[in-house]
Design a binder for this molecule. Sequence first.
Ligand SMILES: Nc1ncnc2c1ncn2[C@@H]1O[C@H](COP(=O)(O)OP(=O)(O)OP(=O)(O)O)[C@@H](O)[C@H]1O
Length: 291
Amino acid sequence: MRYAEALIELDGLTKGFGKHEVLKGLDLRLPPGIHALLGPNGAGKTTLVNILSTLTSADSGAARVLGLDVRRDRKHLQRLISLTGQYAAVDPRLSGTENLLMMGRLFGLTRRDAAARAADLLDRFELAGAAGKLVSTYSGGMRRKLDIAASLIAQPKLIFLDEPTTGLDTRSRQALWNEITALAAAGTSIFLTTQYLEEADVLADRILVLNGGHIVADGTASQLKEHVGGSTIQLHDEHGRVTEEIPTHGSAADLSRRLTALAAERPGVQVTVRKPTLDEVFLKLTGKKAA
Ligand SMILES: Nc1ncnc2c1ncn2[C@@H]1O[C@H](COP(=O)(O)OP(=O)(O)OP(=O)(O)O)[C@@H](O)[C@H]1O
């Protein structure tokens, strides 16, 4: 029963390619919810998603997803999860609608439910006009949207989304965010990797940062910001535009000292104090700027 409520559990999980150790012993326990995995290029995000979704085996350690061992209970687990990868995996010889109907039926929806859900998703992702066209005629962005729609058609217990919004325009990104939020509200958990920190900030209950083979941070967006610390004093011009930023340690003493100095030099200047952004947290943790 200990594992019953855990969504994902890792014990000393390792994975390498040749001499390159990518995951160096990950330990983790995640409850159901929306989780975002961040990390610089090549950190091993896709490798971890592939292990959790049973596509790749780890070298050592254990991974349990929905209480099932990813190796021993592979077949069972595959019926409970869905995966959208970085590359569109829809069938180009079928139309958009046919692809979604096929996925819906595979996930056990009735023909009628699959048709209704397919029409709804095609509409939300602005593919309704191309619904009857062969996917081979779709642009890369349209294929990607269809691929995402296919993974959302049923309500699996857990959906893995590997960089789902890379290459999507703002409207499609927003449509996907709305879908993710709605699915999560209906009880589906989401594990997504992303290069966009705003995406993690907006969507995720919990954010994990993978760097150098280890999970170097794990918490809510505000916990990560608190942890990194350091508020910034922003100076504004008469139009409210930020003209200058002064980093501080975030302590009352440091803020007070700097504000006193500012007040003496420029008594009329307008100021606000802001917490670190997730970009600043990411930079501090990984030494790299996010995409
Ligand atoms: N099949 C493979 N064979 C050899 N090396 C691999 C293989 N798959 C991944 N790697 C290497 O493992 C490391 C992690 O790759 P991975 O794709 O998991 O990173 P990522 O964090 O998802 O990166 P990105 O943000 O660029 O997608 C990289 O150095 C990559 O070159």
